[in-house]
Write a protein that binds this ligand. Structure first.
Ligand code: G6P
Length: 366
């Protein structure tokens, strides 16, 4: 079926706005009304998996990096994450009972597919998470899981990313259930919170005008840093990737704790620093990194919640206040302001948001 912009100025804007609905579809796909998790029966037996090797490119690889925190923290299941172009030529060895998981919006990325074929030759169980059930990656998998994001047209991935995260979080919960690392009550709590995600994303989307104001300032920058800790670190990488892809502003994502090992040398009043900091157990550490930026006259754009704004808002040039969310789900919600910052900055600069120069939606050649 032909997909149109449905009144939006760009596909990217439409796809950002669709997230509450499509995440709802992903949830319905994997959870029933009684709150039970349904993954394909022939599929992943987390009791017999000792390690997961996740492989992807671009934005999908950042979804894997977030998932590593979830699988390791919730299910105590070790995860390796690789970008496919490196993995495929490294000829990595595997420990017994490793399952390989390939994450790809299109299911056609050449490097990811080559990595899959390498793992299949090694005799690994092959699982995949794609947005296209007929894709090569899905077809060549032992277990092919869909994300149900609907067709994504904007070259910069948005709704596919948050649907990938949602499906990966459910898989991590399933692993925790099977491996007995969370109690049934803890799992039930996570599932109740997961159901609140579409509403929280909706509330976050209503901050679009506020983020547009901040973006007009960001559009003047030559370099931008994104900082985050824990599972928000991959979101810092994703925020920087989105911004550079569509606004052509040089941006880098860093783990907050790594600031003093290099990027702090760049800080001056001309380099905006976007700090992604929900109030979680690592909040105070991130705030002290933010202080280091402020002490060097850096302009901080703090993305946090109301409690975080109260504790740390002073000194920041801009504070974007998101709804409160349980720390485990914060990486999904904090994707929204990262997308909106990139989108509005690109619009302010007048770049081609949906078809940025030199980039392709699906990289099917090496
Ligand atoms: C391209 C796209 C990105 C995407 C990446 C991986 O670079 O521009 O948005 O994240 O490919 O694509 P895949 O279809 O494998 O997720």
């Amino acid at each position: 079926a032909q997909v149109d912009k449905a009144g939006y100025k760009h596909f990217m804007a439409k796809e950002i706005a669709e997230q509450p609905a499509v995440i709802g579809t992903t949830l319905d796909r994997y959870l029933d009304a009684e709150g039970r998790i349904h993954l394909p029966a022939n599929g992943l037996d987390f009791a017999r998996i000792d390690r997961i090797s996740m492989v992807a490119c671009g934005t999908a690889s950042y979804a894997c990096q977030v998932a590593k925190y979830w699988f390791e923290q919730l299910a105590r299941l070790p995860v390796d994450v690789d970008i496919a172009s490196e993995f495929r030529y490294r000829e990595p060895p595997f420990v017994a009972n490793t399952t390989a998981l390939f994450v790809s919006q299109s299911g056609e990325t050449a490097d990811t597919l080559a990595a899959l074929r390498y793992c299949a030759e090694q005799g690994l169980q092959i699982a995949s998470l794609t947005n296209v059930p007929e894709s090569s990656i899905a077809r060549e998998s032992d277990v092919a899981l869909p994300i149900e994001a609907g067709v994504e047209i904007g070259v910069a991935s948005t709704k596919a990313f948050t649907c990938q995260l949602t499906a990966l979080f459910i898989m991590a919960l399933k692993a925790a259930q099977v491996r007995g690392t969370l109690t049934p009550a803890q799992i039930a709590d996570h599932l109740v919170q997961l159901r609140q995600l579409p509403g929280l994303i909706n509330a976050t989307l209503s901050l679009s005008d506020r983020i547009e104001d901040v973006s007009r300032k960001l559009a003047e920058a030559r370099d931008v840093l994104f900082l985050g800790r824990g599972a928000l670190y991959p979101l810092a990488l994703e925020g920087a990737l989105k911004l550079k892809e569509i606004s052509y502003i040089h941006a880098e994502g860093y783990a907050s704790g790594e600031l003093k090992h290099g990027p702090i040398a760049l800080i001056d009043r001309k380099v905006p620093v976007v700090v992604l900091a929900p109030t979680d157990p690592l909040f105070d550490k991130t705030v002290s990194n933010m202080q280091e930026v402020l002490a060097r006259e850096g302009k901080v754009i703090l993305i946090t919640d109301a409690a975080g704004a109260k504790r740390a808002g002073e000194g920041a040039a801009h504070v974007i206040t998101l709804p409160e969310i349980p720390p485990a789900l914060a990486p999904i919600l904090y994707a929204i302001p990262a997308q909106l910052l990139a989108y509005h900055t690109a619009v302010a600069k007048g770049t081609d948001v949906d078809q940025p120069r030199n980039l392709a939606k699906s990289v099917t050649v090496e």
